[in-house]
Design a protein around this ligand. Structure first.
Ligand code: M6R
Length: 610
């Protein structure tokens, strides 16, 4: 939430920074702003609205040229969405300008202290407090590093900062505590950003800041310090992405592009984690001993990753015989843990930067538990702080709605469950081989679902004016119902709710009338007949059924107003094949309602606040 970028070099800083902001726009799009240092003055331009509003404003009313500056795209926390609350925030006398990603918990106390010292505040933000506190400390200390150390130690909460200092035209300052920050190392230029995607157009050489670190970024050098002001040695890493990974290409939206990338993602993980029809996660990543020593798993995750965790629970319990609980990270991180060392905590996250999930992992580690992360983004906080990591290899996911990352998470959990089942002797070699053959056929089957795109768009045309949509699934596809509903509501703003099909008769059935579209996920499975019965309960009350069913299933088709036939797969793979039409349904419903599915209101891709 919130994206920050800073640049010092020889290029036109305004264009580098606005391009950087566009790459970070997925992190928040309530307002945007830029500060440049030019002729020994800091000039600021900021606006409520999306980044293109800022860019239009800069075109109509250009800022003086500069080769150093900072910029911000905001997801509002403290203070409403308006020009004044937009970042950057200058300090009282204008010697500093600050952009911030995070929340300062003690900002009210600090603000009062500064007000007593004669400071006045223009905005309602916690960030303006940081700018003025830094100025206050600098005027006292007369030394920049000492002032910074003093300031960061007074702040409580989470903060990634980029700071411009009027007295040094060769310096941008980066600070990290509990919000991500990376420095890209160029030739005669360096760039600071919340996410490597903003660095990628300039360089692949990066240094990730750890919590409690400060970076002094200059044109030809970068120095790092800890929060006591001591120098820190850092390792340079090479980004493993290509620039086009973060581009839309021929697709109108990232969400559609990412839905279409799913067969490729599935194939990538088959290449990485399967050899001669054997999953090799436990073997190659040295996880075998770890998993065999554990008698219980707690999965902690948020949103879509939580839904992947629910599918994982089903698979790990069914095949590997290990009890699994799945917790929302935001709940887990505040819970008393009744566990022992034989409990493994699994943190699932696309971004690896979700604050709630980071809190959950730290909570687990504080209680002496080992943590295995299932993460998409390398070098993310969750990847770095966990004891063990499995990467989901979905590439950069930009659309706010998680699609390909979910499919990759479910695939990796499936491989893990099957390999563990085999190692424990619950699946014979022949059984495992048979299942893996089905898994290898999956990318091509997902391609066949994508070929139904126009048919699904047609269904979306019939439902996009609805105010409510219900999703029903059972067993391994109950999480699919939850995920289908989440996708629809977050990108189209249609109220959508997922239920376990068998629960209908215990209450939700009262919602059904002839205006309610009910999406029933009922591929061929062990719970097929029971879900047919639930579907009868819906149609008997006039509900209009949209069914996601196996090719050739005429019984369900007869009960349905619309059907999406998906290729036949064994039950353990149905969550992957059935979610794809629901992603497309959500996408087209959003587009028909005039919503940009990549940037739904009030949301941001990476939720780095608690
Ligand atoms: O990056 P993470 O997987 O940790 O993110 C968790 C959720 O914030 C995320 O899945 C969110 O629910 C998505 N917008 C869902 O599409």
């Amino acid at each position: 939430m919130c994206g920050i970028v800073g640049y010092v070099g020889r290029k036109d800083a305004e264009s580098v920074l606005t391009v950087g902001l566009q790459k970070l726009e997925y992190r928040g799009y309530d307002s945007a702003g830029i500060a440049l240092l030019t002729n020994s003055e800091i000039v600021v331009r900021k606006k409520a609205g999306k980044i293109h509003d800022l860019i239009n404003d800069l075109e109509n009313n250009p800022l003086p040229k500069s080769d150093i500056g900072i910029a911000h795209t905001r997801w509002a926390t403290h203070g409403g969405v308006c020009d004044t609350n937009a970042h950057p925030h200058p300090s009282r006398s204008g010697i500093f300008a600050v952009v911030h990603n995070g929340i300062i918990d003690n900002y009210a106390v600090l603000k009062e202290k500064l007000e007593r010292e004669g400071y006045h505040f223009q905005s309602e933000t916690d960030t303006e407090v940081i700018a003025n506190l830094l100025e206050y400390n600098y005027l006292k200390e007369k030394d920049l590093l000492k002032a910074l150390v003093r300031t960061v130690n007074e702040l409580k909460g989470s903060f990634a900062l980029a700071i411009l200092f009027k007295e040094d035209p060769d310096l941008i300052i980066g600070v990290r505590k509990d919000s991500p920050l990376v420095v890209g190392l160029g030739e005669g230029e360096n760039i600071l950003a919340s996410d490597p995607v903003a660095v990628l157009p300039h360089t692949k050489r990066v240094v990730y800041l750890n919590d409690g670190e400060i970076a002094f970024v200059r044109r030809s050098s970068v120095e790092f310090y800890d929060f006591n002001g001591n120098p820190v040695e850092k390792e340079v890493k090479i980004l493993n992405y290509d620039e086009e990974d973060a581009e839309k290409g021929p697709y109108p939206h990232f969400m559609l592009k990412e839905i279409y990338e799913q067969p490729k993602v599935l194939s990538t993980n088959l290449e990485r984690y399967v050899r001669s029809l054997r999953p090799v996660l436990l073997r190659d990543l040295n996880l075998r001993k770890l998993l065999l020593n554990k008698s219980r798993i707690i999965i902690e995750a948020a949103g879509t990753s939580y839904h992947a965790g629910l599918v994982g629970k089903y698979l790990l319990e069914t095949y590997a015989g290990i009890p699994v609980e799945v917790e929302y990270s935001s709940e887990f991180s505040h819970k008393k843990l009744v566990t022992d060392s034989r409990t493994l905590v699994v943190a699932i996250s696309q971004s690896g930067e979700t604050a709630d999930t980071i809190d959950g992992l730290r909570h687990a580690k504080k209680h002496g538990l080992e943590v295995l992360a299932i993460v998409n983004r390398p070098e993310s906080t969750i990847a770095r702080e966990s004891d063990y990591v499995i990467y989901t290899n979905a590439g950069i996911e930009v659309g706010v709605a998680s699609t390909k990352a979910y499919v990759a998470q479910v695939q990796v959990l499936t491989l893990l469950a099957l390999e563990l089942a085999n190692v424990k002797g619950f699946l014979t070699e022949e059984e495992l081989e048979g299942m893996m053959r089905h898994m290898e056929a999956l990318p091509e089957k997902v391609e066949r679902v994508l070929a139904l795109d126009a048919h699904i768009e047609h269904i979306a045309e019939r439902i996009y004016r609805s105010t409510n949509v219900m999703f029903l699934g059972r067993g391994i596809n109950y999480p699919t119902a939850l995920e289908g509903a989440l996708k629809l509501k977050e990108v189209s703003y249609i109220h959508a709710i997922g239920y376990a099909a068998g629960e209908m008769k215990h209450g939700p059935l009262a919602l059904v009338d002839n205006n309610l579209p009910v999406v029933v996920i009922n591929p061929r499975s062990s719970v097929y007949e029971l879900t047919v019965s639930s579907t009868h309960e819906v149609t008997a009350r006039g509900g209009r059924v949209i069914s996601i069913i196996t090719e050739g299933d005429m019984r369900m088709a007869e009960l349905s107003t619309f059907t999406v036939f998906v290729p036949d797969v064994p039950e353990f793979l149905t969550p992957i094949i059935t979610i794809v039409p629901l992603q497309l349904l959500a996408y087209y419903a959003a587009v028909l309602r005039g919503v940009d599915p990549d940037k739904p209101r009030n949301l941001a891709k990476s939720v780095t606040v608690r």
